[in-house]
Design a protein around this ligand. Sequence first.
Ligand SMILES: Cc1ncc(COP(=O)(O)O)c(C=O)c1O
Length: 388
Amino acid sequence: MPIDLDRVRAATPGVDQVAHLNNAGAALAPRVVTEAVVEHLWRESAIGGYEAAAEAAERTDAVYASIARLLGASAQEIAVVDSATRAWDMVVYGFPFRAGDRVLTARAEYASNAIALLQLARRHGIEIVLIDDDEHGQLDLDHLEAELERGAALVSLTHVPTNGGLVNPAAEVGARCRAHGAFFVLDACQSAGQLPLDVTELGCDALSATGRKYLRGPRGTGLLYVRGDRIGTIEPPMLDLHSAEWTGPDRYEVRGDARRFETWECSHAARLGLGAAVDHALEVGVADGWQRLRDLAEQLRRELRAIERVTVHDKGLVRGGIVTFTVDGVSASAVQGALSRAGVNTSTTTPSHTLQDGRGLPATVRASVHYYNTGDELDRLLDVVSAV
Ligand SMILES: Cc1ncc(COP(=O)(O)O)c(C=O)c1O
């Protein structure tokens, strides 16, 4: 069903202020999200933080069920943390690596994950193997298969990179990992909320995502899925009295569900906001949103290509809402600055955030569209870009 644009825009106060094309940075939150956060903060100030948490306990618990619904998982397989990076870290740093283990990664890998893998390589003597792209610019499945046949303990894939519209073939990667018994971690930071995700179809053992991007949640939130039968195999790198129980002077027991990857202290307000964002995404319909934002992004690419001096850089067989481009003779930050002065939010990409991209791209302008954007907003961007 097509998105009811008037309805979703009426539910999003920020659309009256800016043309927000920085959804891959942090999207505009719907009113229900801000209200959930602020109302809880008011309750904390009115009755006390612990008391407000107790009062909201059922609603906080429901956040796990909502995330589970979004991903086709069960609530026991979900942890709520404070960023996508921490979610990913908890699993990968907790993975029982042995010296010589091979870890397969791809060109779209996000800098924080790549840095962590380098640290783990120094710590455990694991070998990091880079899977190349195919002729479409997505992960090369034949190369992956060949490396899986040589043996791999873990495969790490960034579903949608920070620097472009590419959607990597995650389900095809998952199927191959399953067949070879490799642990598959999917960084869904940019894809969660952007396109439908089902952990069974994806075949992933773990999936990490952030709240603030396409899910439209508050900053400082992240989520983690770990497949039920894998939870017990990953001991979190750090424990506390929430993730484990102190059962004797020299003993502790790590809890059995995915909340072993959380810490006791957290922002309850942000957590409730994340739940409201996920509920909103489910209500709007992720598949319908995906359809609309893809169409908008393709329209933007087409119209940008028609402007002299503009080069669009997105690649891949499937492309989503992130549109990256450069303008000959004008730096990405100058273009972004001109857009910002005209009330159009975009961002720029930094080559070191996807260092193994392989194309030698300079910084690019990143215009990332969401389903609530309009053709008029794209026109505002195009007018500025034509004139810089
Ligand atoms: C692909 C990808 N993975 C991971 C992250 C890290 O997310 P967070 O800042 O929530 O840790 C980002 C952030 O931009 C990202 O684009």
